[in-house]
Write a protein that binds this ligand. Sequence first.
Ligand code: GLA
Length: 388
Amino acid sequence: MRQQLVDKFLEIYGEGDAVHVYFAPGRINLIGEHTDYNGGHVFPCAITVGTYAAARRRADTDIRLYSLNYSETGMVKASLGDLDYRQKDGWGNYPKGVIRTFTNKGCRIPHGLDILYYGDIPKGLGIGSSASIEVVTGLILKELEGLSDVNMVDIALFSQLSENEYIGAGSGIMDPFAIAMGKKDHAIFLDTSDLSYIYAPLRLPHEKIIITNSQKARLAVDERYQERRSQCRQALEELQRVIAIRDLGELTAEVFEQVQEMIESPVRLRRARHAVTENQRTIQAVEALKRGDIEEFGQLMNASHLSLKEDYEVSCEELDILVEEAWEIEGVLGSRMMGAGFGGCTVSIVRNSAVNEFISKVGQNYEKRTGFCAEFYVVETGNGATVL
Ligand code: GLA
């Protein structure tokens, strides 16, 4: 991959100084969904597919961006003096936003850049492809512009900031953090209230992690995501009248029960209950994993799905069918919708011996019930963003 990308880079940008190659993965999340903007815990890991980027410093201050995945957009041209968001730049706004965010944060970026991107993350799954482009761009800036004070957590934070303020999407810290900080054979138990984290070993010799693409387009996901965020914020404000908390993630299920009556609307009550119980499930799941109790881990994933479906209402018929069909198969330890929801994919932990049956039965029954043809990916955990 490295050499192919360098060759393509030289074809597009011409001969010149040394070309450097970087990689940032995609991510999956085992449990802890819609908790990362509620000060709760998440448990994601980096995977082996992601975004490759070949890059070279320029003598002037121009920025040239090209993606092999979006060749129809052509070359995106900007400069350090003009990094404004432009609709026509499409995907190119993601790297532009990161560069803008770095300069806004006071990083001195003296040189322009030529960058060629290529991603092998399947589209439409919601497994962090935009954060992957952002983080790889941040790594390029760090390495090629000599920003030795910027560490990988800063890159994750700047990526999130860019996504929030430049792109205008409200996403949390989970995706860029997992992508910047991932470690092979480990998942990251991240406390999003203060960004403290531990790497939890994730060796599953007898099981596979399977991502199933529902092929259901994720419709109006941004608006619905923002709606959930603001419902949680309002519920938090109602609770703050009687309890001194900064985030819903600070509450145990027991304390939540005692104060929940402060929340005036039943919808907000359900949203807050999901935020609290999902955080508790995530903590318990990591404990179970430490004990080697993968069955309990799977049960908690299943409970997570029900809470996302009933209390948070971010699932959809297709995701529910995928999960129900998965639960029918012996050897499926846990299965749930993953990511923002409203389409996208599920994550399942499946015993090696049941993988073939899982793929054929879930696939057939899903097609029968929905007309959609699901896609299955057996994923491997991988390292976070790196120089290749
Ligand atoms: C999206 C966001 C994440 C997180 C998940 C839900 O993937 O990018 O920050 O909020 O939804 O857990």
